[in-house]
Ligand binder design. Structure first.
Ligand code: SAH
Length: 348
């Protein structure tokens, strides 16, 4: 990414920064110092790099820019959830959310501006995909939420979920680069076990992740284990079908030994029959997994979708539990400020 003829300095690796200094007759070690300012200390200007000589800072300034996000607007929900409208260096906006509970604080981050997929029940799908986020733009959302967590809840951020705007596996390279920075001691040093990547299910990329030995957790937005139903509500299912998804998930478990979470909303008249629950049970048998039943958050234009009755949810819980499958029923957070799952759409 370039602004005029200045390069985005955070697109450089540590080695590249070291080489930059060596090429100018300076010590490679300066590269390490600058790298630390850029990532661990999240400096927004060369001016802030106080252990670097002024001439060197000025020299950096003539070659590079430090792109960074700005939290443009922050909204707080009655339940403590915080939603941020995050402005990127080119003026585009994404949203990220801080979800506090008594035991943890979770950052829900975006991976794309808009989304290329077409889930009928999701507000983000109404925005077309404008572009992928860069690794630093994902990293910066986490840093901003970590600061809010410390400020408002007196504790560091404990978990991260890639459940904001966008399909993380359609921006695979940058998402992995961001996670690498988040987990590295040179970044935030967070454990990968506290990070969950949520995908609508892109089989090829699930296989690739498994082969690369990633250590974060995987969640899949399943919503139906019946082909026709899933294709109706998530039309891309016609291309990446359930059979292929199943193969990829089996492969994931074989390689990572990490249990998969299925996210699942039950809607009236769509997937609230006993046979829908039975199909989910059958799907859960393919690889060790658990189910999160999530509440539907109504969206503008989503009138075809209505949250199923408490009886239907209970039917799912009983069917799954009877088969020994772990199931949790998750209540939505931040609904009053449109910060809940599927509601992120840059309304403000
Ligand atoms: N693209 C990724 C991550 C973003 S969506 C994915 O599909 O997993 C995060 C979760 O919110 C997904 O499980 C998605 O299916 C769910 N979701 C989308 N719209 C929703 C809505 N209106 N109500 C409840 N959950 C919704």
């Amino acid at each position: 990414m370039e602004t005029g003829d200045k390069k985005d300095i955070r697109a450089l690796s540590k080695d590249q920064l070291r080489e930059f200094f060596v090429a100018r007759g300076q010590e490679a070690f300066r590269g390490n110092q600058v790298y630390e300012w850029l990532w661990q200390k999240s400096a927004h200007s060369f001016e802030a790099m106080t252990n670097i000589a002024r001439e060197t800072r000025n020299m950096l300034d003539t070659h590079f820019v430090i792109n960074h996000i700005e939290v443009d607007q922050m909204q707080r929900s009655a339940d403590g959830t915080i939603k941020n409208a995050v402005r990127l260096h080119d003026g585009l906006v994404v949203e990220s959310v801080l979800i506090p509970t008594s035991s943890r604080t979770t950052a829900c981050v975006s991976s794309q501006v808009g989304c290329s997929l077409d889930c009928r029940f999701c507000a983000t799908a109404r925005l077309k995909r404008m572009r992928n986020l860069n690794p630093d733009e994902i990293y910066d959302q986490v840093v901003a939420i970590d600061r809010q967590s410390r400020f408002y809840f007196n504790k560091p951020l404990s978990n991260i979920v890639f459940m904001g705007m966008g399909e993380p596996l359609m921006n695979y390279k940058n998402v992995l680069a961001a996670i690498e920075k988040i987990t590295s001691p040179e970044g935030l040093g967070m454990s990968p076990k506290r990070i969950t990547v949520s995908t609508s299910g892109v089989p090829k990329m699930i296989r690739k992740m498994a082969d690369e030995g990633v250590r974060f957790k995987l969640a899949v937005s399943l919503h139906s284990a019946i082909k026709e139903t899933r294709t109706e509500i998530m039309p891309f299912n016609a291309t990446f079908g359930l059979e292929e998804l199943r193969g990829a998930l089996e492969h994931w478990y074989e390689k990572t030994r990490s249990r998969i979470t299925y996210e699942y909303v039950v809607w009236e008249g769509i997937n609230d029959r006993p046979e829908d629950a039975e199909a989910l049970v059958a799907f859960c048998r393919f690889a060790p997994s658990k189910v999160n039943l999530i509440e539907y958050n109504p969206i503008d234009g989503g009138e075809a979708f209505r949250q199923a009755s408490p009886q239907a949810i209970e039917m799912y819980v009983q069917t799954l539990e009877r088969e020994g499958i772990t199931v949790t029923v998750r209540r939505s957070r931040g609904k009053d400020i449109d910060a809940a799952c599927g509601q992120l759409a840059n309304k403000s």
